[in-house]
Write a protein that binds this ligand. Structure first.
Ligand code: ADP
Ligand code: MG
Length: 698
């Protein structure tokens, strides 16, 4: 085996790994020997001490040693092999429901065996079912384990012992040549956090000695585990920083926006409102970026309703003035359609051709759009992820705007930018999100971006008054809708269901719409859900916007972006099924106009304590940042970072809930590595992100 690359060899090189096992290991993401090194145990078993049989209690998992007293095969019902073993202190039964002739022969009375299993109550005293046992032919030579036994995550057909043997071989390779598994974290950093060396960490986790208790290992607070998690998080952070640095080295079009004051002024004065201080500040930040000859990479965070769209439209204006095209990408058709309407209106008097592209668009209409993009006659293109399909070619793309960024993965974002590449020039990129990312997480998810925050809502917005009520009070809610509609205001009724099943979700919404139509004969009701044709959705949204509909029954498709200021009452059914940030997004559909607005969280009792606590947070605050932080505490980062999103970060070892404390130091350590040990960056990224990243190319 080639020494230097030994850990990068396929696992098949190890003894005892046949083609079948290779396939099974691959299911666990294990392809090369090094993957085994980082495949950590789920838990551990203690086989380091032998328990006297008399000391056993049901519920324990223990190693015992004893002689077979008798053995029998019971023909009753399922054929089973049963035997009794005893030591100097007592006896216990062993039971096997399936067994080989070999086993039958090996368990002859008088044989000395060691057994490891859970102890439970049986028909006649304590018993072990299918113990992991070993015949001890020479008691003199019997050595028990001195280290805890690792129990690895498995996949069907793969046995613990096969995996243990494979890991053992991988580890002995590492020991045989320390150069194979280089420790790239500088000594000083290890010292500072009191982390063990990489080799020590790996050894400790795969084969902990008796000095570490199983409990300590299980809590995840062992320095060995912390160190690996830290290294992994660090690697992710570093890879984003590399992306960022590379980006900053590229060329980008220079938008001398303000040189044409009249156009900018005309645009701003045509708006039906006065921009907030926060909007103006962020616009200035964007403008400053776009004047540099390097691509802007800016994330605009702003709570729902803070007015991000117009800020992005301003950036678009700068691009248009400079003679460049703009692509605006939204995560849903509904939102893309809305942007299309807004941008079309805002740019109406600027002789700019705003075009719209989604996956639904076919035939000639589609070709016309593509043609306009290619020849430059289309100035702004608005669409869904259909925008980065192969057939889409731009004439002169200068700015990419991505709305509700958390719904897209890093890679989709980068793919769209690659579309605008011309020689060494790339477009500017502006991404927006209403899901505030706690600072610590932003470091992992967005280290490649500069961040602007719109921390001010347009004047006159009143917080949405939120109440948490049980579903039994439905009749009261119906009455309230009636009054509300009587006052010429509009209502959303949101049906939630288990996320994964869109079909069921739509069915539930249909049922609810039917029920409400019966209960509210004077109210104009319409239904919108994800399985409707795009044109139908659009028609419904238009009617709602134009107030030809009073009550809109919807699934969570309306979660992002939808803007109808006259709708000030929202009922969310079964809010306990959704995450806080998602609920906050939904609630952001109301409270957009001048009047009071309300959100009724109508839960299905009984409510668990955590659910009660979570809904309480929503009732008590309208601040998206506070909600995101609390969400992180209560539910973990999946929600905040969007586990549903494509391209969400997947970690091998780190667990953002368990290891949240580590994030604090990541940025500073990253800085230190950039300055003092830049050579470590590439190998760290290779080790932890491997082939799954294309950060080097983007
Ligand atoms: P979000 O940040 O959630 O994307 P939008 O851009 O959809 O918010 O804006 C929400 C609503 O507020 C829209 O109707 C928009 O026209 C309006 N709006 C934006 N900026 C202002 C402002 N400065 N004053 C008043 N209304 C504004
Ligand atoms: Mg928006």
């Amino acid at each position: 085996m080639d020494r230097v690359n030994a850990l990068n060899q396929p696992v098949a090189k190890l003894t005892g790994i046949g083609a079948q096992t290779v396939k099974r290991l691959e299911k666990l993401g294990i392809r090369v020997i090094q993957d085994l090194v980082f495949h950590l145990p789920l838990r551990y078993e203690d086989r380091t001490r032998i328990y006297p049989i008399a000391s056993l209690q049901a519920g324990m998992t223990a190693l015992i040693c004893g002689r077979v007293e008798f053995m029998d095969i019971l023909p009753r019902g399922r054929k089973s092999l049963i035997c009794r073993i005893s030591d100097d202190t007592g006896y216990i039964s062993l039971k096997f429901f399936h067994f080989s002739a070999n086993q039958h022969n090996s368990l002859k009375p008088g044989t000395l065996i060691s057994c490891f299993a859970d102890v439970r109550h049986g028909f006649a005293g304590l018993e072990m079912v299918h113990p992991d046992y070993q015949v001890i032919s020479n008691p003199e030579a019997y050595v028990k384990e001195t280290r805890l036994t690792p129990v690895y995550p498995l996949t069907e057909g793969l046995s613990q012992s096969t995996l243990r043997k494979a890991v053992k071989q991988a580890l002995s390779l590492c020991i045989s040549d320390p150069r194979l598994l280089a420790d790239w974290i500088p000594e000083a950093i290890l010292k500072k956090y009191q982390y063990p060396s990489l080799e020590e960490a790996i050894q400790t986790l795969h084969a902990p000695d008796e000095s570490i208790s199983i409990e300590t290992l299980q809590t995840g607070s062992v320095p060995a585990l912390k160190r690996l998690a830290f290294e992994e998080l660090l690697a992710h952070h570093l890879s984003l920083r590399i992306t960022r640095n590379k980006t900053k080295a590229w060329q980008a079009p220079v938008f001398e926006g303000s040189s044409d004051k009249t156009i900018v002024e005309k645009f701003l004065s045509s708006l039906p409102f006065k921009l907030t201080g926060a909007q103006l500040r962020v616009m200035a930040e964007i403008e400053a970026d776009c004047r540099l000859q390097h691509p802007m990479m800016r994330l605009v965070q702003g709570d729902v309703g803070s007015g991000k769209t117009i800020v992005s439209a301003y950036a678009a204006l700068l691009a248009l003035i400079a003679g460049y095209q703009v692509a605006v990408m939204a995560p849903t058709e509904l939102l893309a359609e809305q942007h299309n309407r807004n941008f079309s209106a805002w740019f109406e008097s600027f002789q700019t051709n705003v075009v719209y592209l989604t996956g639904q668009l076919k035939g000639k209409a589609r070709n016309d759009v593509l043609q306009g993009l290619a020849d430059g006659s289309a100035g702004i293109i608005i669409g869904t992820h259909a925008l980065f399909q192969e057939s889409v070619n731009f004439h002169r793309l200068g700015l990419v705007i991505i709305d509700e960024q958390h719904r897209f993965g890093v890679h989709q974002r980068l793919a769209l930018r690659a579309k605008g590449q011309q020689g060494s020039t790339r477009p500017h990129q502006l991404v927006m999100t209403a899901t505030p990312i706690p600072r610590t997480l932003a470091m992992l998810q967005y280290s490649d971006l500069d961040i602007s925050i719109i921390d001010e809502l347009p004047p006159g917005r009143k917080p949405v008054v939120t109440s948490v009520i049980p579903a039994e009070r439905r009749a009261e809610v119906i009455q309230r809708i009636n009054n509300w509609v009587g006052n010429k205001r509009q209502v959303y009724w949101v049906c939630t269901l288990i996320e994964e099943s869109e079909v069921l979700q739509c069915e539930a919404a249909e049922k609810t719409a039917g029920f409400l139509t019966g209960a509210l004969p004077d109210v104009r009701i319409a239904l919108i859900h994800g399985r409707m044709k795009s044109a139908d959705k659009d028609a419904v949204m238009r009617s709602f916007k134009n107030h030809r509909i009073d009550l809109l029954v919807a699934t969570t498709v309306i979660e992002v972006g939808v803007d109808v200021p006259n709708a000030g009452l929202m009922i969310i059914e079964n809010p306990e099924r959704l995450g806080l940030s998602q609920l906050h997004q939904l609630r952001g559909r109301v409270g957009r106009g001048e009047g009071d607005s309300y959100c009724l969280l109508m839960y299905q009792p009984p409510l668990s304590d955590t659910a009660r606590q979570r809904l309480g947070i929503l009732r008590d605050t309208n601040d998206g940042f506070v909600i995101a932080e609390k969400d992180l505490e209560l539910r973990g980062p999946g929600e905040v970072m969007g586990t549903r999103q494509t391209g969400a970060v997947h970690f091998k070892i780190a667990d953002l809930v368990r290891d949240a404390g580590l994030l604090e130091n990541i940025q500073q350590t990253g800085e230190q590595i950039f300055n003092e040990a830049p050579r470590a960056i590439q190998p760290l990224c290779d080790r932890w992100l491997g082939a799954s990243t294309d950060y080097a190319e983007v």
